[in-house]
Design a protein around this ligand. Sequence first.
Ligand code: SF4
Length: 194
Amino acid sequence: MNGQTSFPVNLLRQHVFCPRIPFFHEIMGFQPEKPFWVSYGNAFHIKQKKLTAFRGMQRFSLTSGQKHFDCILAVPEICYHGIADLIIETENNVYPVDFKSEHRSMYKGQILQVMAYGVLAAAVFKKCFDKAFILSGKSGKTICYEYDSEWKENLARISAEVSNNLRTGIMPDSSASRKKCIQCEYLNFCNDRL
Ligand code: SF4
């Protein structure tokens, strides 16, 4: 990590939405009120974890594996850290799993986040990582994402951008659209929008 401060994995997702959000959160310490759907999401996570604890491995195309829920992941060599919803550990591999209450296509930032958990889990468990899963909606519809060269490049580039922005401590420019800004909990802190 070359002496840099480690940042929470969710800032990767936030950075993809708008690069100013990690700055507001980490540098300025702004804590906007959480929208109502956050408490719904927390309850959903608890329920999905209970269900997944009893479900088989078929939906992951695995025959067996150890499930590590709320898995704490941090290593000095990687500039981000976090707590994964679930890491499945097999003899040679690790598979990160994220639970999402929304039943729709996932955003790039959401996929990037589960990939980051995979990279961390590979380092912590000293095993291979090549696939990540997102379970969405009440039925736990399961989508598999390959950790391919494109995602590797995306993760390396975006994590470097977040690190760099936090190190300089300067509010970055943003190309966020009006549509994004009107739903953003940090809108009150941006005086050059709308
Ligand atoms: S209001 Fe717009 S520019 Fe400001 S942090 Fe939110 S998305 Fe970014």
